[in-house]
Design a protein around this ligand. Structure first.
Ligand code: CCH
Length: 263
């Protein structure tokens, strides 16, 4: 038997707790960052979302974006995650402003908002992830791809998450944004001349970056065929990227019947 005041309190509480648009706005505000990289935190936020999710193993149903276990030293210190402390720090004030959002939701949402704001597609995103509380909840290190390897390794890693060749090529298209940092990965430089703009651009220039893992997409005939499709058809790339990235962020996410997005 709730009174009117109780109902109002409940609605206000509910509204505050589901006001993801306010979080989105705050994320947009921290994207321009003079003095950091190319003036944008967007690329490193996308990388955080991807590395949070890319630990998923479909055979054991472990890892994935649920849990935000990169908060713990064990996962944060995986060499593949070097530099992502910047992304986590950029988001910390937003977590303070909206303490009700889980880190797992915040990190994935930040990636989605960054892609959109850099001119990329709208990626489907649902809230409801929770944060794990123990370091022992971390997936083992070494599940993320190694840039020094080529097609066989890439397939091993992405097939483990449940992706197809087409989805792999679409996802790797994210290397249209951002750059490599000598002190983080040992590689250096951006992939394109416009590292803060999400596009299907393929610059082939000696001054630009290409990891062995990127080369694999050109060397492998099956990957190459898909690369060619995307290079000519921006719409197809954007659509496929949006669904593959949306799928990535959902891997291993269970909502315990408490699916906010369905309400
Ligand atoms: Fe990546 N990526 N990535 N990557 N990546 C790096 C940077 C970014 C690999 C290696 C590297 C994806 C797949 C792969 C981004 C998004 C995605 C760097 C440089 C390496 C190395 C890190 C540094 O030095 O700062 C490999 C290997 C693979 C697959 O085999 C996928 C998938 C995505 C997203 C969908 C983004 C964005 C960056 C730029 C980060 C920044 O700070 O600018």
């Amino acid at each position: 038997n709730l009174g009117v005041q109780d109902k109002c309190d409940f609605l206000e509480y509910y509204w505050e707790r589901t006001n993801y648009n306010a979080v989105r706005d705050s994320i947009k505000q921290i994207l321009p960052q003079p003095g950091y990289d190319d003036g944008s935190t967007g690329p490193v936020l996308v990388r955080l979302a991807w590395h949070a999710a890319g630990t998923y193993d479909m055979h054991t149903n472990t890892g994935g974006s649920n849990g935000a276990t990169m908060r713990f030293a064990m996962e944060a210190s995986d060499p593949a995650n070097a530099g992502l402390e910047y992304a986590r720090k950029f988001l910390e004030p937003i977590k303070h402003k909206f303490p009700w959002i889980s880190y797992a939701d915040l990190w994935t949402l930040a990636g989605v908002v960054a892609i959109e704001e850099m001119g990329g597609p709208v990626v489907p995103w649902k809230p409801g992830r929770t944060d794990k509380t123990q370091e022992s909840d971390c997936p083992p290190n070494g599940r993320l791809p190694d840039a020094a390897h080529t097609q066989q390794h890439i397939r091993d890693v992405f097939y483990r998450m449940g992706f197809t060749d087409r989805e792999i090529v679409a996802l790797m298209g994210a290397h249209t944004i951002g750059r490599c940092h000598k002190d983080r990965s040992g590689y250096d430089g951006p992939w394109t001349y416009t590292p803060t703009r999400f596009s299907n651009q393929l610059d082939e220039d000696d001054e630009l970056m290409m990891l062995p893992a990127d080369m694999a997409l050109i060397i492998d005939p099956k990957f190459r065929e898909i690369v060619n499709i995307y290079a000519q058809d921006k719409k197809a790339f954007f659509n496929d990227f949006a669904s593959a990235f949306g799928k990535l962020l959902e891997l291993g996410v269970t909502r315990n019947g408490n699916d906010v997005a369905k309400l």
